[in-house]
Design a protein around this ligand. Structure first.
Ligand SMILES: C[S@@+](CC[C@H](N)C(=O)[O-])C[C@H]1O[C@@H](n2cnc3c(N)ncnc32)[C@H](O)[C@@H]1O
Length: 377
C-alpha cells in the first residue's frame, strides 16, 4: 500500500470520526487513533479496509470496524478492551481518555486478529438502535393537527433488521390509541435473535454508549424473543418487492409503513419503486383506511456532516400526500430527537389519481394474531 492510499484511508476514518455524534466521542477517538497510529504508519488495517473505502456515505468503514472490534470483545476474543464497551463494563459509558488508555490493547488486537476482522467487515450494516423507537412512538401518538389513526392498525416495517426500532416495540403506540393488530417486517438480512450469534451481532452494532442498553435486556428473555418472532415475523426479502405485496393485501383501518436508517442503503431506482408502491396504495386511501409513512433517514451534507430527517406522510383519500419533514435535533443516530421548530409541511398530489371518495378497501384480512404474553418494550 503506497503512502497516498494510506493517507486516504486514514482521512476517511477521520471524516467518519468527525461525523460521530458527541455521545460517541470515545468511539471517534478510537477511529482517529487507528487512523494516525496504525494505518498512517503502515498498519495492516489500511489494506484490510481498502475494499470498503471511497464507496460512499452508507458504506461506513469506520462503523464496520468499530462493530467488528466490539463483536470480538463480546465473544471474549479481544482481551483487555472490555472496559471500552457498556455491554461488558457493567453498563458505564466509556470514560474520557479510554481510547488512548486502552490503545496498546487495541493495537495488539488489530495486528493479531486482522484476518478475523477482515471477515467481520463483510457483515452488512445492521445498527438496530432501540432508542429510535421513541421517534416512531412520537410520530404515531402526537396529538397536534396530524390526521387521527383509525383502528385497527397494521404496522409494516421495511429494513427492520432485528425489529427493535418499531416492529417489536409494544410501547410504539401510547396507551389509549388504536390497537396494532398486525405487525410484519422485511429485511435483506434480518438479524435472528433466536440465535446466540444474532444476539451478539445486535450488541456489537450498538455503538459504544449506554443508549439503548437497558432496552437490550430483552435479549435475555428468549421466551419473549420466540413469541415476538411468531407475532411479528420479519421476512427475508428486498423491500422493493415486499412492500408492494403487503400493501396489496386488504386492510380495514390504518396502515403504517415505517423505516429507519434504510433509505441511505437502497439505490434510487429501488427506492422509487418503494415510493410508487406507497403512492399507489395512498391513492386508494380513505378516511377509514388511511396510510401513514414514518421514515427516518440520514444523508450527507456539504462539509462532511450528516443530516438526519424525519418524514411523516399521510394519505387519507383526498388525492394528496400530506408530508411533514423535521430535522433531528440532537442525540446520536441511536437516540434521535425531533426538532419541532424545523417542521415543513407540503401537500404532494398523489401520482396516481385518487379513486372516488366512496371507494373503500375490501373488508377483512385482519390478523388473527393475539398477544398472549405480558408486554415488553
Ligand atoms: C442501518 S440498519 C437499520 C435497522 C433498523 N431499521 C434500525 O433502525 O434499527 C439498515 C437495514 O436495512 C436493511 N436493508 C438495506 N437495504 C434493504 C432493502 N433493499 N430491503 C430490505 N432491507 C434492506 C439492512 O439489511 C439493514 O438491516
Amino acid at each position: 500500500m503506497n503512502t497516498e492510499a494510506r493517507e486516504n484511508a486514514a482521512r476517511e476514518l477521520h471524516e467518519q470520526a468527525d461525523r460521530m455524534p458527541s455521545s460517541l466521542f470515545e468511539t471517534g477517538e478510537l477511529l482517529r487513533l487507528i487512523a494516525d497510529r496504525h494505518i498512517a504508519v503502515g498498519g495492516v488495517m489500511g489494506e484490510i479496509l481498502q475494499p470498503h473505502l471511497g464507496a460512499g456515505f452508507a458504506v461506513l468503514p469506520g462503523r464496520r470496524l468499530e462493530s467488528a472490534l466490539h463483536y470480538l470483545a463480546l465473544g471474549g476474543e479481544a482481551p483487555g478492551t472490555e472496559d471500552f464497551y457498556p455491554c461488558l463494563n457493567g453498563g458505564r459509558d466509556t470514560e474520557p481518555g479510554a481510547a488512548e488508555r486502552l490503545w496498546p490493547k487495541f493495537e495488539r488486537l488489530l495486528n493479531q486478529k486482522s484476518e478475523e476482522i477482515s471477515k467481520l467487515l463483510e457483515q452488512p450494516i445492521q445498527t438496530n438502535s432501540p432508542g429510535r423507537s421513541d421517534i416512531f412512538s412520537w410520530a404515531l401518538s402526537r396529538g397536534d393537527d396530524a390526521p387521527a389513526l383509525v383502528g385497527p392498525v397494521r404496522l409494516l416495517e421495511i429494513g427492520a433488521s432485528a425489529g427493535l426500532a418499531a416492529l417489536w416495540r409494544s410501547d410504539i403506540l401510547n396507551e389509549g390509541g388504536p390497537r396494532i393488530e398486525q405487525r410484519r417486517g422485511c429485511d435483506l438480512n434480518p438479524i435472528d435473535l433466536s440465535q446466540p450469534d444474532g444476539r451478539r451481532w445486535l450488541k456489537a452494532w450498538q455503538a459504544g454508549t449506554v443508549a439503548g442498553l437497558e432496552k437490550l435486556s430483552i435479549l435475555d428473555d428468549t421466551d419473549w424473543l420466540e413469541h415476538m418472532a411468531e407475532q411479528a415475523p420479519i421476512d427475508q426479502e428486498d423491500a422493493r418487492t415486499w412492500l408492494g405485496k403487503r400493501l396489496a393485501e386488504p386492510w380495514e383501518g390504518t396502515t403504517v409503513v415505517c423505516h429507519s436508517f434504510v433509505q441511505m442503503y437502497v439505490n434510487s431506482e429501488a427506492w422509487a419503486d418503494i415510493e410508487n408502491a406507497l403512492n399507489e396504495r395512498g391513492a386508494m386511501a380513505t378516511d377509514r383506511n388511511p396510510i401513514r409513512l414514518i421514515g427516518l433517514n440520514s444523508f450527507p451534507e456539504p462539509g462532511g456532516k450528516a443530516r438526519t430527517q424525519l418524514r411523516i406522510s399521510d394519505w387519507v383519500g383526498d388525492g394528496v400526500e400530506r408530508r411533514e419533514v423535521f430535522d433531528i435535533a440532537s442525540g446520536s443516530d441511536a437516540n434521535p430527537r425531533v426538532d419541532p421548530a424545523t417542521r415543513v409541511v407540503t401537500e404532494v398530489p398523489t401520482a396516481i389519481p385518487a379513486r372516488p371518495a366512496a371507494h373503500t378497501m375490501p373488508v377483512g384480512g385482519q390478523s388473527q394474531l393475539r398477544r398472549t404474553k405480558p408486554r415488553r418494550p
